[in-house]
Design a protein around this ligand. Sequence first.
Ligand code: SF4
Ligand code: SF4
Length: 371
Amino acid sequence: MSTQLQFDEKKRKAIAQCSRCGFCRAVCPIFDLTKRPMTNARGKMILLKEVMEGKLPLTEAIAQAFLRCTTCMNCTTNCPSGVDPQEMVKAMRKDMVGAGFDNLFKAMGETVEKTGNIYGETERQDWGHQKGIAPVVLFLGCVGTYREEESIGETLQLLDILKVDFTLIDEVCCSGVLDDVGYTMKGDLARRNIQEIRKTGAKTLITTCPYCYRVFKDHPSYKDLGLEIKHITQFLKDFDFEVKTDKKVTYHDPCDLGRHAGIYEEPREIIRKIAPNFVEPRRTRENAMCCGAGGGFRGAFAKESVKIARNRLSQIIDETGAEILLTECPSCLHNFKNAKRQKQKIEIYNLTEFLARLYRERERPSTKEAA
Ligand code: SF4
Ligand code: SF4
């Protein structure tokens, strides 16, 4: 195993650019939890400088430290020197694997290859929805399909209520995450998805998962797909909804949807239509704190990931006093639901799921009518 890394010009420049100001500490969800310097961007940049200058050998502990990042991009957004630490983290994870420091995501890659999903599940819920020819394909993603089945079921119902002519496909993991955790995405899986999508004749692909959205839109493996790619909030933003809630509603920006994809306004346009009592958390939009689920962090450090979600949830409750927390990301949803304490009364939904529930409530006869 090599204990040396090669630093190209781009990496050397980024390392030299870091002024060690520490602005990134205040926004790092992992530093917020652990207070350990090597967990935030500043600490990682210092470590890399030492390794680059040969003052520190590359060790297993350093390779592990680079897994401690949710790639939330909050450090990047707040760095006054223009450094992009999360891109460095992703690049260094690859270099460290290349140097022989395999990490637990090697096994995840093998699972994805074998079963087509990150969890190694062999059966998936049948929502009773058609698969065939349609103008729109809905891609569900692993987390929604295998961990947030109820929420996904509601999203499908909403599309039916809104009379969207859409189809599901026999999808497999987009596998983009492997590129972020030290390995490479599985080209075979991408080709299978492309083949299934093409069979539908669809012109538009929509995803509920912001990460899948980014992979379909930006990853070279999907560049020839030839469809319009939309996150479901972009797809639904111009619809008229015939439902409303009086409850106090707030919204959490998923890192992959907000900072990474720049989609802030579309979910808010939908929420404003249905919730006049909409209130923003103090740390919102590009400054929203991460829920702790991304960048492979939940897979590697599940307990810490849930603690980060707990911090973010408490922050949102304290800052807004909301009764309903909405987001549109199966990973954020899943982490928040795991983090919620019994005494916390806030209800947590994906926006599309919440809309479907509002429609159902509208159909339900009132107690008076029922009597
Ligand atoms: S904010 Fe930027 S320049 Fe400052 S310590 Fe963090 S990475 Fe370095
Ligand atoms: S991307 Fe997020 S988790 Fe990673 S170092 Fe930056 S602020 Fe911390």
